[in-house]
Design a protein around this ligand. Sequence first.
Ligand SMILES: Cc1ncc(COP(=O)(O)O)c(C=O)c1O
Length: 417
Amino acid sequence: MYGKNSKNNMKIKRYNSIGKEEIAAAKKVLKSGILSDFVGSKSKKFLGGHFVQKFENKIQKYFKVKYAVTTNSWTSGLITALGALKIKPGDEVICTPWTMSACAISILHWNAIPVFVDIDKKTFNFNLENLKKKITKKTKVILAVDIFGQSENINEIRKIIKNKKIHILSDSAQAIGSKYKNKFSGTFADIGGYSLNSHKHINTGEGGIIVTNQKDLAERCRLIRNHAESVTKSNSKKELINLIGYNFRLGEIESAIGIEQLKKLNKIIKFRKKLAFTIINKIKNLPGLQTPVLKKNFTHSFYVIPFVLDLSKLKHNRKNIIQILSKAGVVGLNEGYQNLHRLPIFKKKIAYGPNGFPWNNFNKKITYKKGDCKVAEELQDKSFFYLSLCSYDFKIEHMKKFANIINKKWKNIQKKN
Ligand SMILES: Cc1ncc(COP(=O)(O)O)c(C=O)c1O
């Protein structure tokens, strides 16, 4: 049993997208005895084994991109992508505080400086006015996160950075399969990518996918993934900075599983949307409750269903509301999300020892404190909660039941006029 609905004792299992196809695919690799076929030197095997290359081909076709480079996580994918974009120590990378920590850590990894921009309360995307103000001569990359399953406004960001030498990196870890005008999230930026960790829509246990349409970026990503330093030659005409290489390679079993998972992605996204809209449509008019706001021409892949409370219209605070609803039988509610700028690593600048590196060496002016991103802070402290669709094997019946409970309980949660 995974989630327990206390009122009706309904047992809800953990979300699981793995079936007999993946088991057969993994067995095939195991029987071959070749669990990885990469070699970290210039050779035919530099690009990986049969299943890695087959998976990357399938990804290219599915997402309609020229190049796909798999990695052993999306955290390593982010590090790889930022390295490929040639950020240097002290460069500024704009990021949201409302995301998973790997986004900011991948920036710090290259000794670059994360600059946090506040978000929009309805979409949780960047507040574009705030973004404009944070761009400086040192800004090299905007890391745009497609949080919860809806893409950032990449075209709007492009307009803002027109004529500036700034790259866009899309983190679509949570938004695989969602679209803007029929094109996949993650494919509009210079580099984009997806996570294949165990709670994502499709998974290979751990894994990541980098996508790009630019050949030189794909080449640099492949190098960083696989011990670049021993492959690159000093007489190369290309700029060779940031080519410290790693072992960020995806295995053959994971790749074989990924091929099967990709075949299921359409169906998974369709069902996820059906789950989400079943509950949203039944509760969207409740006073004091903001249900997901979809931007025009964007689709949502609902990694989770985000909600925001208007506490001025409600009798209870967030903690009590979640308690009331959970006790009555709603499974998977969580309060708050993330405020990266308030984590000790940033506030105290202790990412690399106690001496404030890299900030004190390159960019002392940048500080992190409460009050920097007021919308994200209010959401975190008071008004945001979500239903964790990515965690449970929810059925349509669950969504109907939860909507009924919420509607019934809301009568005592909302303030009477
Ligand atoms: C927005 C976002 N970025 C990055 C990551 C890191 O991905 P991974 O767990 O594959 O390293 C996650 C993982 O949850 C994520 O949600």
